[in-house]
Design a binder for this molecule. Structure first.
Ligand code: HQG
Length: 179
């Protein structure tokens, strides 16, 4: 793994799951102070400066992070397990969205529906290709087609993150099928 990739993974861990790993705190909207983050990351023995951080944010293939307007604060756009409110925009979803998972989870998903597990939301993709990539991370990939518009009509809320990931709290069994 490239050095920048490793740093990016660590930043993702800090900004989504474990801010204490870099001795920082997140505010209620998920923001960390950039100077504190850089100092905190350096205190773990890793090398980073503002230029490197800006490169990581700009180059990220999923646009995982955002700075505020003057780049004094940074946050992850989605994917958190810590309870923060990243001011997600509620939106009407397309007719269908997709969820990539692994075959070994299917029994449980078939009983319980899709749950956020360790994150705050169930993550959904707008295309099957992305869903397959997400599913592969966990094992043999399986794609579920989610009847998102029907859920929306039934009162379920959907959010679109800054980086284009669709999020919802739960997907009941009646709203998806394997494709
Ligand atoms: C599964 C990555 C058993 C669920 C990706 C998934 C995504 C259940 C796993 C983002 C279940 C959780 C999120 C149930 C759901 N029983 N298993 N009832 N309900 N599951 O990693 O969606 O690279 O927390 O299907 O691209 O895989 O990190 O969620 O397989 O956008 O930016 O439990 O993370 O983005 O796994 O991935 P995860 P995910 P980043």
């Amino acid at each position: 793994m490239e050095k920048a990739d490793k740093l990016s993974k660590f930043i993702s861990l800090v900004l989504r799951h474990n801010p204490a790993a870099a001795h920082v705190t997140l505010d209620e909207h998920g923001w960390a102070d950039v100077e504190a983050l850089l100092a905190g990351i350096r205190s773990t023995g890793r090398q980073i400066d503002m230029d490197t951080l800006e490169e990581i944010v700009a180059a990220d293939n999923k646009q995982r992070y955002s700075f505020n307007h003057d780049k004094t604060l940074i946050r992850a756009n989605q994917g958190h397990s810590v309870a923060v409110d990243v001011e997600l925009k509620e939106q009407e979803p397309p007719e269908f969205l997709y969820h990539g998972t692994a075959s070994r989870f299917l029994d449980s998903i078939g009983r319980e529906g899709l749950k956020p597990m360790s994150r705050l939301y169930v993550h959904l993709s707008k295309d099957t290709e992305t869903a397959r990539t997400v599913g592969k991370r966990h094992g043999s990939p399986v794609i579920l087609k989610v009847h998102s518009r029907e859920m929306y009509r039934d009162g379920c809320r959907f959010y679109l993150s800054e980086n284009g990931v669709w999020l919802t709290k739960k997907v009941e069994v009646k709203y998806f099928e394997r494709i």
